[in-house]
Design a protein around this ligand. Structure first.
Ligand SMILES: Cc1cc2nc3c(=O)[nH]c(=O)nc-3n(C[C@H](O)[C@H](O)[C@H](O)COP(=O)(O)OP(=O)(O)OC[C@H]3O[C@@H](n4cnc5c(N)ncnc54)[C@H](O)[C@@H]3O)c2cc1C
Length: 479
């Protein structure tokens, strides 16, 4: 494992009692545990919630009521970690939406519905997490301690040696009590913080005398409201699978409707600070009329609500710089606990999966000893592009606050260039559109936008006019 000698194959020889503890049993935690199971004798996932048997919402993941698209990068990472996973997801009914063909989308203009160059999965977050959990927890090396909250770290400023736990009620596999609270220390050779955007690890590290990570933030105050509906027909489900409106600095409302695995549809609405979507019946529907076209508002008037609308307000971009020297050995952060993005860009789950791949590769690298700092840097790198996209876009949004809002010197010309990319993206299905889309779905590095062929099109090519009205039929229809 991290900081210890390994056998030649990069895997730790089992049998010497190495124990890894992962704080948080959501996507990032489960996938990290899956990787660590190849390097430790025991992996314990500590989860504050009771772990549900099926695809159910739970208090520790309140965002699961909101739209969760799985980008192509996340699909590839999940398939690489858990072979056959996306086939399983599809077999469980998760809709697969071809981009740009299957979606009526607005991004400063309508996007042409040409043949897909990538696909997203739009099924519910609860189902996705359930399927990951089922696969990962089938591994006998991994056990869970549920209804148990990590409340601190054990060790000192040089090395983390365990987790302080407060257990609420029953445990699984640890022989603990069944009621009340008790506190104990779970000793570990490696602790991975995957406790999400509200992680308290910086405070726990400070309590050990270690330097907490510097935090970078950009917060537009974007708020979500989401509600599940039954589709009443029309174009949705026949000529298009989804509608979506992306925000930009001059049109800051966002939202759309995405299909779920049970045939229902999830409607998401979002607005910046001061424009928060309401969650009452009339207010929710009325808010949809603020989008740049009445398409969704009209659909809502015929669709039948199946749940209340749920709100969500904590959407700031937050990056914790654990990649810088000075942290204790034996402690890593991953997933949202390391880097949280404004969810409107749909990246967090994919980055959690890509981070697990980075962890796997860093631990298995035969050339370099996997010190805590090296592995943490690999995790940081796995989130870098998503951060550049999310933070870069939000920095330009009106009213954005936070210590990372100030523009870097490169933002001027780069921002000007990216603006040209965006003006060409919706109308150019052959070059700028596919490249930009693959950058946004995190399958291609940002540098691809500056490749000579793309740069020529961006700098000298004409802006092909996007459709003047919502393209209700795909251009490929009838071919
Ligand atoms: C409104 C919204 C919409 C989103 N939409 C998308 C999307 O479309 N696509 C996408 O890819 N991502 C999306 N995301 C992001 C996605 O939800 C997260 O990036 C992803 O869940 C990261 O998972 P995680 O495991 O790091 O953290 P989380 O899923 O937040 O899980 C943290 C876990 O840690 C547990 N925990 C917390 N504290 C403790 C503790 N002290 N002790 C023990 N356990 C603890 C919690 O109970 C929870 O199980 C969205 C997020 C939001 C808020």
């Amino acid at each position: 494992m991290v900081d210890h000698a390994r056998d030649e194959g990069g895997r730790r020889p089992h049998g010497d009692g190495r124990h890894a503890v992962v704080i948080g049993g959501s996507l990032a935690g489960l996938l990290a545990a899956h990787v660590l199971a190849g390097h430790a004798d025991r992996v314990t996932v500590v989860e504050r919630d009771r772990i549900p048997d099926g695809p159910e919402p739970r208090p520790g993941v309140p965002q699961s009521r909101h739209a969760h698209v799985l980008l192509e990068s996340g699909q590839l990472a999940l398939d690489s970690l858990l072979p056959g996973f996306t086939a399983e997801l599809r077999a469980a009914g998760a809709p697969r939406v071809g981009m740009p063909e299957d979606m009526v989308a607005w991004s400063g203009g309508w996007i042409r519905r040409t043949a897909p160059t990538t696909h997203i999965h739009t099924g519910s977050r609860d189902q996705l997490e359930h399927l990951v959990r089922r696969r990962v927890l089938a591994d006998p090396v991994i056990r869970t301690v549920e209804s148990a909250e990590a409340v601190g770290l054990a060790g000192d400023a040089l090395r983390v040696r365990g987790v302080l736990l407060r257990e609420r009620g029953g445990t699984n596999g640890t022989g603990g009590g069944t009621s009340g609270h008790r506190q104990r220390t779970l000793a570990a050779d490696l602790v991975v913080d995957a406790s999400g955007r509200g992680s308290r690890a910086p405070r726990w590290l400070a309590a050990l005398g270690a330097e907490p990570p510097q935090e970078e933030t950009i917060d537009t105050g974007q708020a979500y409201a989401s509600r599940v509906y039954r589709n009443a027909g029309g174009h949705l489900g026949t000529e298009a699978l989804a509608y979506w409106f992306y925000p930009n600095p001059s049109q800051t409302y966002a939202g759309g409707v995405l299909p779920l695995e049970d045939g229902s549809h999830l409607v998401a609405l979002a607005g910046l600070r001061g424009q928060e979507p309401p969650t009452d019946d009339a207010g929710f529907t009325a808010f949809a009329a603020r989008l740049p076209h009445p398409l969704l508002h009209e659909w809502l008037r015929t669709a039948e609500p199946r749940t209340p609308a749920y709100g969500f307000r904590s959407t700031a971009n937050l990056r914790r710089r654990y990649d810088r020297p000075g942290r204790p050995a034996g402690f890593l952060a991953t997933g949202d606990a390391l880097c949280t993005f404004n969810p409107i860009y749909g990246q967090g789950m994919s980055v959690a999966a890509m981070s697990a791949v980075a962890l796997r590769d860093a631990l298995a690298c035969p050339r370099r000893r996997p010190t805590t700092l090296r592995v943490q840097r690999a995790l940081f790198d796995a989130s870098r592009q998503a951060w550049d996209i999310s933070a870069g876009a939000d920095r330009a949004m009106p009213g954005a606050v936070g210590n990372a809002v100030a523009s870097r010197a490169a933002d001027g010309p780069v921002g000007w260039y990216l603006d040209r990319v965006q003006r060409r993206y919706g109308g150019d299905p052959s070059l700028v559109g596919p490249v930009f889309r693959s950058v946004l779905t995190l399958t291609t590095p940002l540098s691809a936008l500056f490749a000579p062929r793309v740069a020529r099109a961006v700098l000298f090519g004409p802006v092909v006019r996007p459709p003047a009205a919502p393209p209700m039929r795909a251009e490929t229809a009838g071919c």
